[in-house]
Ligand binder design. Structure first.
Ligand code: ZN
Length: 422
């Protein structure tokens, strides 16, 4: 391994990225055109496994074991794991170098309401430098980078010192179970999650938990509504209590989140109740999402939620006798932080500066991402990736002009981190 070998390999890799950038764009488009919503990931993951195998990597796919859900920081999407595989491929190193995981999630959130889109969510339409589509930005851009770079390295005949493991995982958007499982299956010296960050670096992020609050009432004919108990109306003091909890939690501070506006967010995302205008609803349920600072636990956050709801119930005679029932589904995970002076983070920042100029700015995320599971098992991990906008919104788009510089940055980092053996 010599500095000259690494420098030569970097120049050749950069040249190949320039020459083959249309292939990278086409790969993102291929990934976007395979819808990959929760429960329907198999065709997409099959494509990924095929691509990895064609690139000469040792590829495998496997179903997540059911007992994963019992682990700390695991969640439950309610969808069985069978037939919804995780996929990974290994580009084996010659030895003597450091290993690297390139992780990405292939699942995407629903494009609904589709009527709000001016482009086909699964069409990967390109207008100027923007590719539109659900997942084009979050994060089929990153999955494509993770697939493309090892193929170029293989095609150029470059042998790395350490292994590169490419992972495409499921359920990032609802539990993180895919990455949790992958973090237990493979070890490496660092894990880069290629979430789109626009050249910034996600060094910290909140944890997230989802919960439901079920409120019972008494159904009755609306002509004598006063004889029933309206469960929707009884949800109002519960909603008020949750909003007060949100305000109270934001009075706490965390040094990494200083300057971030309203870092903790309690969102009442779904309300279900009643089924007929002339019937008093006998049942109402709220589906909510709450974030927590890194270092705070799911157990203490659940306790805060339950205390806030109990307090609201104590002030209402009906709710006092019929207490709302809190249950948990989806995300149940703490947040995580990676130090900006980790050797691999500094090396990535150096290449970001050389390719794009400017510092690689650390970002504290108010949403959750999969880097946490690698940090939890001692594989330092953060997010760096392409640019664009509209994740989880209509007309999501990827900035195609960001792909070549992002690929060059990550590619050069891979060569230096893993070492060039020949
Ligand atoms: Zn994402």
């Amino acid at each position: 391994m010599s500095d000259k070998a690494t420098t030569d390999a970097t120049q050749r890799l950069w040249q190949a990225i320039e020459e083959r950038q249309d292939e990278l764009t086409a790969l993102v488009a291929d990934l976007v055109r395979i819808p990959s919503l929760l429960g329907d990931e198999a065709p997409a993951q099959g494509f990924v496994e095929g691509y990895l195998a064609e690139s000469g990597l040792q590829a495998e796919s496997w179903d997540i074991p059911d007992d994963l859900k019992q682990r700390e920081n695991a969640g439950d999407s309610g969808v069985p794991f069978a037939g919804r595989p995780n996929v990974a491929g290994t580009l084996p190193g010659a030895g003597g170098g450091r290993s690297l995981i390139l992780n990405g999630h292939y699942d995407v959130v629903s494009p609904e309401p589709v009527s709000a889109w001016t482009h086909d969510p699964w069409g990967a339409e390109i207008v100027d430098d923007k590719m539109y589509g659900r997942g084009a930005y979050d994060m089929k851009s990153g999955v494509a980078l993770n697939l493309f770079l090892p193929r170029l390295i293989r095609d150029l005949g470059i042998t790395l010192g350490g292994d590169v493991v490419v992972q495409s995982v499921i359920e990032e958007e609802c539990t993180g179970n895919g990455a949790l499982d992958a973090s237990l299956r493979y070890r490496a010296d660092a894990a880069l999650v290629t979430e789109p960050t626009g050249g910034a670096f996600t060094s910290a992020h909140v944890g997230v938990l989802w919960f439901r609050v079920a409120i019972e009432g008494v159904s009755w004919h609306a002509m004598q509504a006063w004889k029933g108990v309206n469960a929707i109306v009884k949800a109002v003091p519960v909603i008020d209590a949750l909003q007060r909890l949100d305000a109270r939690l934001n009075e706490q501070t965390h040094p990494t989140f200083a300057g971030v506006e309203h870092p903790i967010n309690l969102n009442i995302g779904v309300i279900e109740g009643g089924d007929w205008p002339s019937t008093v609803p006998g049942h109402c349920e709220l589906h909510c999402r709450l974030s927590l600072y890194p270092g705070q636990t799911i157990a203490e956050t659940r306790a805060a939620i339950e205390a806030a709801i109990a307090e609201a119930a104590a002030a209402d005679p009906w709710l006092r006798d019929h207490p709302p029932v809190v249950t948990y589904d989806g995300f149940q995970s703490a947040g995580s932080i990676v130090a900006m002076d980790e050797p691999w983070v500094r090396m990535l920042a150096k290449w970001k500066h050389r390719v794009m100029g400017g510092e690689m700015e650390p970002r504290a995320g108010t949403g959750i991402n999969d880097m946490r599971y690698f940090n939890f098992v001692g594989i330092p991990s953060g997010c760096f990736g392409a640019g664009g906008a509209g994740g989880h919104a209509a007309d999501e788009w990827l900035d195609l002009a960001s792909m070549v510089p992002t690929a060059k940055t990550i590619g050069a980092f891979m060569l230096e981190w893993c070492g060039v053996a020949g």
